[in-house]
Design a protein around this ligand. Structure first.
Ligand code: ATR
Length: 273
């Protein structure tokens, strides 16, 4: 079997080994996929050791995505713009290549699995950290009508709005603090890690209407803090990040193996685990 793994710290709760073993079973690809906890001070050594013993590809998760981007000899355009990498492999010249499949994972879950139109939508993105930076490029490629980035630290949102606005000059990309968001939106994406502490980004309730699609990039067994708040404001179409998790994995699998897994079947299986 060809060897793959996810590297992070901590790593024991990662769903990636389960997802990729379901892909392997479904497609018949000879893939063995494990989890590796890298020491916080030696991500580089862990990566080199893995590839030197014949490993074919790595997924990278918290807190190493920026280091993976820096370490690579070559980056795909979408990884270059994301500033972080979640997928590593070696090309035919044995160079380490960094890719980022998080953004396309979000777009595919929204657009293809949930049938949400991003094209023409007024989109609000909450947060301005690595997770948000990773998804802005693919989101903007869908041609929303406008995109507002709101963050606790507004300067970080402004920096992202400037960077991504330059690449999509036909789309108004603006930034502000949470309390300064005005109007309502067709799609609200929570990319903050606030739910981890049970916190809510303090955006005005008026951003949510019964027609607003809500997407929390976080995934947990219970409804996330943010999604519960949105439901309480009258939102009807509310999604968590499990579909995105499976789609980013499927895109990595496709990059490595050239085979596209059937993702809805895997999401169904994970929900009943
Ligand atoms: P990640 O890789 O998850 O994006 P990150 O780069 O540390 O991690 O970014 C975390 C994001 O969640 C940031 O937008 C952060 O806001 P700041 O830029 O102001 O730090 C946001 N965040 C974290 N905890 C939060 C909280 N309790 N309330 C609101 N926003 C929070």
């Amino acid at each position: 079997n060809d060897l793959y793994a996810v590297v992070g710290h901590p790593i024991s709760h990662s769903k990636s080994p389960r997802i990729h073993s379901l892909f392997a079973r479904q497609t018949g690809e000879p893939v063995e996929y494990t989890a590796i906890q890298a020491p916080l001070d030696d991500f580089t050594g862990t990566v080199h050791e893995f590839f030197n013993r014949g490993g074919k590809g790595l997924n990278v998760t918290v807190p190493f995505k920026e280091q993976a981007w820096t370490l690579a000899d070559r980056r795909t355009p979408r990884a270059e713009l994301a500033g972080a990498a979640n997928t590593l492999f070696r090309d035919q010249e044995d160079r380490l290549v960094a890719d980022n499949t998080d953004g396309i994972g979000l777009v595919r879950d929204l657009r293809d699995n949930q049938g949400v139109a991003i094209a023409g939508a007024r989109v609000l993105v909450l947060g301005a950290g690595g997770a948000v930076r990773g998804v802005l490029g693919p989101l903007l490629e869908e041609q929303p009508a406008s995109l507002v980035i709101a963050n606790r630290t507004p300067a970080r949102a402004e920096a992202l709005a400037r960077l991504f606005g330059r690449h999509h000059s036909n789309i108004p990309v603006t930034a502000c603090g949470f309390e300064q968001v005005t109007g309502s939106f067709d799609l609200v994406i929570n990319g903050t890690s606030a739910s981890l502490q049970g916190d809510l980004p303090p955006v005005p309730a008026a951003v949510v209407t019964a027609d607003t699609v809500i997407y929390d990039m976080m995934y947990s067994l219970q409804t996330t803090t943010f999604n519960q708040w949105a439901l309480d404001q009258g939102a009807v179409r509310v999604f968590d990040g499990l579909g995105m998790l499976v789609e980013q994995a499927a895109e990595a699998f496709r990059v490595w193996r050239g085979v596209q897994p059937d993702t809805p079947a895997v999401v169904d299986e994970l929900r009943t685990d």
